[in-house]
Design a protein around this ligand. Structure first.
Ligand code: GTB
Length: 219
């Protein structure tokens, strides 16, 4: 099929089909812009093989191939999709630049403390300092959510119409599981995430990655 991008995703995602892996944001962006796409599923072994590392220097998913173009990093991929199709960036140059500010903020400013807390839960849970460190990690997340909710105010989206910035911010916020009990203290952000996830494009992307999970369970 000409000009149909191919992305990579986990053959066996450890998230149990919950849409937490980073191919989800790429699928969502493609669905928002109405682009058909193909998916190549990769095992953990294949991720670290030279063939995959030629596409992704760090041996991760997602990657994006389109004709001769090969991209890695979900932010760069979503930015590329947003720039090449309708629906994810405003028509004016300043608006486009502001949307990209929020996309980068989602990745560099909001996702970092969320991932750090998640990683500490995996790798430091049995360490003596974990209980003491946790409030610090939570506070870092709350600082970001305080400011983000202040900026969002009562608006539906961060800067006018829904954009790639919202797509990435919602993708990042939804990684905060309910049992952590942080996002729930920010009702406007809870609604913001729900609004994003209610979009038909998100639903289609979620269903597609969930189908991979179901398939992996039956083989
Ligand atoms: N900065 C890169 C990007 O945004 O594209 C990070 C990519 C990344 O972390 N990829 C992960 C990966 O390939 C999968 S998404 N890991 C394998 C490796 O590094 O060897 C991260 C992820 C994994 C699992 C869950 N989960 O189970 O809930 C959630 C998120």
């Amino acid at each position: 099929m000409p000009n149909v991008p191919t992305i990579t995703a986990f053959a066996n995602s450890p998230d149990g089909g919950r849409g937490m892996a980073r191919d989800m944001r790429v699928r969502w962006a493609l669905e928002e812009t109405g682009r058909p796409y193909a998916v190549r599923l990769v095992s953990f072994e294949e991720l670290k093989a030279p063939e995959h590392k030629a596409l992704h220097p760090f041996g991760q998913i997602p990657t994006y191939e389109e004709g001769g173009l090969v991209l890695f990093e979900s932010g760069a991929i979503v930015a590329h999709i947003a720039a090449s199709g309708p629906g994810l960036l405003p028509p004016d140059a300043p608006g486009r630049a502001r949307a990209l500010s929020f996309l980068f903020a989602a990745l560099n400013t909001v996702e970092l403390p969320i991932v750090e807390r998640e990683q500490a839960g995996f790798s430091e849970r049995d360490d003596s300092w974990y209980a003491e460190r946790l409030p610090l990690l939570d506070r870092r997340i709350r600082n970001r959510l305080d400011d983000l909710s202040a900026r969002l105010g009562t608006s539906d989206w961060l800067d006018g119409a829904f954009s790639a910035g919202d797509l990435m911010m919602v993708s990042v916020l939804q990684r905060l599981p309910a049992n952590v009990g942080i996002l729930e203290d920010y009702p406007t952000l809870v609604s913001y995430v729900a609004r994003g996830k209610a979009r038909p494009a998100y639903q289609r992307a979620f269903a597609a990655q969930f189908a991979v999970f179901l398939q992996s369970q039956s083989t």
